[in-house]
Design a protein around this ligand. Structure first.
Ligand code: NAG
Ligand code: NAG
Ligand code: NAG
Ligand code: NAG
Length: 383
């Protein structure tokens, strides 16, 4: 091993142990169960159980390579976004809805499926936008799964109400695919802008229905800065340097996401007026992700910030026809130096960083307390 490699390994080891110690502390929250609707960022193994004639990349190595060392159906080299969040809430034992073990007790059930959308597939079909042949379970279908799960596990209305009251529900990130499929298939920013009210209304409809079913805590995290993602940067490549911001992200796409997130936040405020006794929050996944990308861009491996670790070709190490996991597609040596795993999803390391930024403030808002052995510290005082 060369001296430089050793230094890199050593630094990564320190980073890894710092990250894990943040996730070990014992946390007590005023809820006991987690439910998540979303896409690949939070899919803990559903997409590989959706029947499909096309092979699913996440079912094979190099997915899962860094942790636990074999594929788990997560679309990263290890864990993903919600694994870290759940651990931070002290509720780490999650099950993918499509692969639950009846003899196990879970802290949470995940309905998220990679490649899923908010809007129904016909919306895209009628506009000539193709949806991938596998996975893609729209939000409305994920909600039906949830109802079926509740009804079969909690036969009485009282049991269901108690369960809802003791749960924390997450609705998204999921809309990235509604926008991403359209943009990568040549739809203009102006056209996709017209989808925003429809996407937002559909999300709010689901949120309202969950609240009417008894949900008391609900978060709608909004959307990450898609204009920084290798698959978008590749598909919408421009020769005009003024189309890019100082990090190298596409301004027009990030402006679209910011205005979409603003629209969502207003809709969340309106829903809060309708249900003033519910904890209903927006989650700043946009800011958290941008912070991680910015830190990486100005760090020692800045040139890797917008590159896929697993991939090949082009300026961003991404080619949709030679996707991660295809024959002869290389994987980077140190995934922890990268933010993007396969050009569409994050690395284990990046998910951990983003989640820490998002969850720390949420823990306080939600009234969670952190205990260090026998002493319980007041989070708002200690963090
Ligand atoms: C289900 O869980 C039980 C108890 O943990 C375990 O013994 C069994 O092997 C599991 N079944 C499957 C299919 O994973
Ligand atoms: C950018 O420049 C290259 C090389 O000059 C050219 O082949 C390509 O078509 C240009 N792309 C756009 C979007 O203008
Ligand atoms: C924690 O501390 C804050 C500020 O000192 C206080 O307002 C709050 O009531 C405390 N919460 C608990 C659970 O002790
Ligand atoms: C004094 C004491 O109980 N220390 C324990 C605190 O918690 C850590 C992690 O669970 C243990 O390793 C210590 O032994």
């Amino acid at each position: 091993m060369k001296g430089q490699d050793m230094i890199i390994c050593f630094c990564l080891l320190i980073l890894a142990s710092a990250a894990s110690s943040q996730h070990i502390q014992h946390v007590n929250c005023p809820f006991q169960y987690l439910y998540h609707f979303g896409d690949a960022f939070t899919d803990v193994g559903n997409s590989i159980h959706v029947p499909s004639r096309t092979p699913n990349p996440a079912a094979r190595l190099p997915y899962g390579r860094s942790s636990p060392g074999w594929p788990t159906g997560r679309w990263s080299d290890g864990l993903n976004d919600f694994d870290f969040a759940a651990t931070d809430f002290g509720l780490p034992h999650l099950a993918p809805y499509l692969n639950m073990n009846a003899s196990e007790k879970y802290d949470g059930v995940i309905f998220s499926v990679a490649r899923s959308l908010v809007l129904d597939i016909n919306f895209f079909k009628s506009r000539g936008i193709k949806i991938p042949p596998y996975a893609a379970v729209p939000l409305s279908a994920q909600l039906r799964w949830f109802k079926s799960y509740l009804n079969s596990n909690f036969p009485s209305a009282k049991e269901r109400a108690t369960r809802m009251e003791n749960s924390f529900l997450f609705l998204g990130d999921i809309e990235a695919n509604d926008i991403g499929y359209a943009l990568t298939q040549g739809k203009s920013i102006e056209e996709v802008q017209t989808y925003v009210p429809l996407i937002t209304r559909a999300q709010i409809r689901v949120a309202r229905e969950l609240i009417r079913m008894g949900a008391t805590r609900l978060i709608i995290p909004g959307n990450a800065p898609l204009g920084c993602f290798p698959y978008i940067l590749t598909a919408l490549h421009s020769n005009n340097s003024r189309d890019y911001d100082e990090l190298g992200c596409l301004k027009s796409v990030n402006d679209l996401i910011v205005s979409k997130n603003d629209y969502l936040q207003q809709a969340i405020r309106d829903l809060n007026l309708e249900f003033p006794n519910i904890i209903l929050n927006y989650g700043a996944i946009y800011d958290g992700t941008l912070e991680v990308i910015r830190d990486a861009s100005y760090g020692p491996n800045g040139e890797l910030a917008l590159l896929a670790c697993c991939g090949t070709g082009g300026k961003y190490n991404y080619d949709s026809k030679r996707f991660c996991g295809s024959p002869q597609v290389p994987v980077c040596r140190y995934p922890n130096q990268y933010i993007f795993w396969d050009g569409i999803h994050f690395t284990h390391h990046a998910y951990s960083r983003i989640e820490t930024i998002l969850i720390e403030p949420a823990l306080r808002t939600l009234g969670c307390t952190r205990s260090v052995n026998s002493t319980t510290s007041n989070l708002s005082a200690s963090v």
